[in-house]
Ligand binder design. Structure first.
Ligand SMILES: Cc1cc2nc3c(=O)[nH]c(=O)nc-3n(C[C@H](O)[C@H](O)[C@H](O)COP(=O)(O)O)c2cc1C
Length: 198
């Protein structure tokens, strides 16, 4: 036991942006949600709520309500759209501070990503830029705030981690053939993120 198994899963669980035409069943979405269900929660308030979508028309609407790959000119087409989304929302009933909300959300996102990866899916974490559109698409009250959107599907992009050169963190992508891609993600060197040791 040296943590290698979980580290390998963390390395494998990357951010995907192109998918096969496949409707992810609700049964699998529920397995993914379990990762969020068992996540730690500030003051154990458990104020996050989840909305599951695999309806093709609703998926199409959500596809347009997020920004894909802001750092590059390539964007997925509707043929490459994911077969499901999980939307994380809150009505923050306890009026908790934002750092609690976003920490809970981050833990839930990563736990869901790890389970989805184990199930053979690829996911991403998308900022819900068009919040009003998203609430309208889901048909829910504006008492709720969308915190994050998780597209889920069978990925057609292979994510390759590289070592960042000269602190360049911009990701890049090449098409191999027929909507299959290699997507390169530079990570800083481990020693460069250690501020100190005492
Ligand atoms: C807080 C956060 C917000 C993100 N928002 C978006 C987004 O709106 N659109 C997108 O395509 N990717 C988004 N991503 C994915 C990042 O671009 C991705 O994590 C980064 O390029 C590193 O790739 P990796 O996750 O495979 O290591 C987001 C990731 C995080 C953690």
């Amino acid at each position: 036991m040296n943590g290698e198994k979980i580290l390998n899963l963390i390395k494998k669980a990357r951010s995907h942006r192109s998918f096969k035409n496949f409707q992810v069943p609700f049964e699998d979405l529920m397995k993914i949600i379990e990762g969020a269900h068992y996540s730690s929660s500030g003051a154990n308030k458990q104020f996050l709520k989840f909305f599951l979508v695999n309806n093709k028309d609703v998926c199409t609407q959500l596809f347009k309500d997020v920004i894909w790959a802001s750092q590059i000119t390539w964007k997925p087409t509707l043929d490459e759209a994911p077969g499901a989304y999980i939307i994380i929302l809150t009505d923050n009933p306890s009026k908790l501070p934002l750092n609690f909300i976003y920490t809970d959300c981050g833990i839930a996102l990563q736990n869901m990503k790890l389970i989805a990866t184990e199930l053979g899916y690829g996911v991403n974490f998308m900022e819900p830029i068009k919040k009003d559109n998203i609430l309208k698409t889901l048909g829910i009250s504006s008492l709720y705030t969308p915190l994050f959107i998780v597209p889920i599907g069978i990925p057609t992009d292979e994510i390759i981690l590289t070592e960042s050169q000269n602190n360049d963190m911009k990701y890049s992508r090449i098409e191999l053939k027929d909507h299959n891609y290699q997507h390169f993600v530079p990570k800083l060197k481990l020693e460069d993120i250690i501020l100190g040791k005492k």
